[in-house]
Design a protein. Structure first.
Length: 136
């Protein structure tokens, strides 16, 4: 799964945004913006943005959990961001629908990359395969 890492000062951090989430982890404005962009591209999106370590934007077009995770790259950072797509298919999809899950995940990754690439307020966009949150 690719991680999209970039710099931007477009996504403002709300006061106490990390209350009820991981301290120092932001990305709520980024998640709301990305949700709006995906909805404009005809994705069926959950109305809420969920705090789960980062901020999850849930996609409802598939019969399993599929979401885009948004968070700052480093705790307390308000200008460096990371976005990635994740899915947790159930037994049936893992057993019989692997290609459909892969196709939906890849399509969403391509949409996210295009959205991020087209935003003038985003700079230094790069895609990497290794998880930037895990120490090596």
């Amino acid at each position: 799964m690719p991680f999209f890492i970039f710099k931007s000062s477009v996504f403002e951090v709300e006061p106490f945004e990390d209350t009820g989430n991981t301290p120092g982890v932001y990305g709520k404005a980024l998640a709301h913006w990305l949700r709006k962009q995906l909805k404009a591209r005809n994705y069926k999106m959950a109305e809420d943005v969920v705090a789960q370590g980062g901020w999850e934007v849930r996609v409802l077009d598939v019969p399993y959990p599929l979401w885009v995770e948004c968070a700052n790259l480093h705790r307390q950072s308000t200008t460096e961001w990371c976005v990635f797509v994740n899915a947790t298919p159930g037994f049936f999809q893992r057993t019989f629908g692997k290609s459909a899950v892969r196709l939906a995940t890849t399509a969403l990754e391509l949409e996210v990359e295009e959205i991020l690439s087209s935003e003038p307020g985003i700079t230094d966009l790069r895609k990497q395969e290794n998880d930037p949150y895990r120490s090596s």
